[in-house]
Design a protein around this ligand. Structure first.
Ligand code: SF4
Length: 394
């Protein structure tokens, strides 16, 4: 289906009342130094530092300061999120744009984000919202219940495929608006709406475990397979992202992975081989891997776009390692976004841009359709040879 523009509510004036969107943050602890040091009369300073436990940065934040993500502020010794109910971007996107290719293909998904991110990617395409604090931008005023109501209003209806409602936490990094995402996801599940997280995977295990019961699918950016490059490119590190992949997989969240190939940074064939072998050896052979073409942007405008040869070579490396569903994105003429049966090789899903034009996967659409069961079973069969095709096909 075509992407449909939601009727957006009015954005209130910038900085109208930012505290209205403030909530006490989850996953924090006061530090032992929290007690007052000295007295007001002696001129000593109260440290009242807090430790944020939400993501692997594990920021220690002084009074009046925010963490790396710019959404969490220490107010007098207690950590608050400033990203709750104030999305700066909302839209209805094609599911293929996330990208999610094995999860209700061809449907539309209500998508939103607040400002802020816990990464500092040199190649960020959304830097104008991700590298800002929520109070720096105009925002919509949308409580979790209103987000779910909007998603239901924009229910995707594609007679050839399925009917569903879904919400994506995307554009910036949803971990940094965790409480908002969590409350939306809980409300969504109460009303039968699917939820999707498009994330850098940089989140601590406990918050992720708390979220996954209300999460249906995720696409995680695996930026590269080298910790030093990870740090240089994003400010984060590799191992926590690998841990997130494992947790999502073990908890039954439908998972796809994106790897952007950036010339001179993440295009080393040996590194790509090591990444793909790790994925195959750790139970991700059925997990779609999206190699994505880089275009010069933000702080990497001096680089060239990824060459088609590099992308094709990377796909071959991944398939040799045993990965069954490998895609090439951002290079339309290659037709690298079609889904093929790993057994008979026939084309099962044809895509033109973000549109699904043909689908040859047998699903539960006609009788007794139960999306929850589909998620558990990952059911879908090749329309030619009957091979089981991993995914949530609707
Ligand atoms: S969520 Fe933000 S404040 Fe908390 S540890 Fe991560 S970057 Fe720091």
């Amino acid at each position: 289906m075509q992407s449909e523009k939601p009727e957006k509510p009015e954005k209130p004036d910038k900085l109208a009342n930012p505290d209205r969107f403030s909530r006490q943050a989850s996953y924090q602890e006061g530090l032992p130094e929290n007690s007052l040091v000295g007295t007001a009369s002696s001129g000593s300073i109260s440290l009242r530092r807090v430790h944020c436990l939400l993501c692997p940065h594990n920021c220690i934040i002084n009074v009046g300061r925010s963490g790396v993500c710019k959404t969490r502020v220490n107010k007098n010794g207690v950590l608050y999120t400033m990203a709750y109910g104030n999305p700066c971007s909302i839209s209805v996107d094609p599911m293929e744009k996330k990208p999610l290719f094995h999860f209700f293909p061809g449907s539309g998904i209500f998508s939103l984000s607040t400002a802020g991110c816990n990464f500092r990617c040199l190649n960020c395409q959304n830097w104008s919202i991700s590298q800002k604090a929520p109070s720096d931008l105009q925002y919509y005023d949308m409580k979790p219940q209103e987000v779910v109501a909007e998603a239901l209003r924009h229910k995707s209806s594609n007679k050839e495929l399925h009917i569903t409602s879904s919400i994506a936490f995307t554009y910036t990094e949803p971990t940094v608006f965790f409480e908002y995402m969590y409350d939306i996801a809980r409300e969504a599940h109460k009303q039968g709406v699917k939820t999707v997280m498009i994330s850098n995977g940089y989140i601590n295990r406990q918050p992720l475990l708390d979220l996954v019961p209300y999460l249906d699918a995720a696409n995680i950016d695996l930026k590269c397979f080298d910790d030093a490059i990870y740090h240089k490119l994003t400010g984060g590190s590799l191992q926590p992202v690998l841990d997130t992949l494992k947790t999502l997989k073990e908890r039954g969240v439908w998972l796809e992975i994106t790897n952007l190939i950036i010339p001179s940074l993440t295009d080393d064939p040996d590194m790509i081989k090591a990444m793909c072998e790790w994925l195959a050896e750790n139970g991700f052979a059925d997990t779609p891997l999206h190699f994505s073409r880089f275009f010069p942007t933000f702080k990497l405008t001096q680089l060239l776009p990824t060459s088609p040869e590099c992308l094709i070579n990377s796909k071959e490396i991944a398939e040799r390692a045993g990965l069954k569903y490998v895609y090439i994105g951002n290079l339309p003429y290659l037709r690298g976004e079609n889904t093929h049966c790993p057994k008979c090789g026939k084309t099962l899903v044809e895509r033109e841009g973000y549109r699904v034009t043909e689908m040859k996967i047998e699903t539960h659409i006609d009788k007794n359709f139960d999306a929850d069961a589909a998620i558990n079973d990952s059911t879908g069969l090749c329309g030619f040879c009957g091979e089981k095709i991993a995914g949530v096909w609707g």
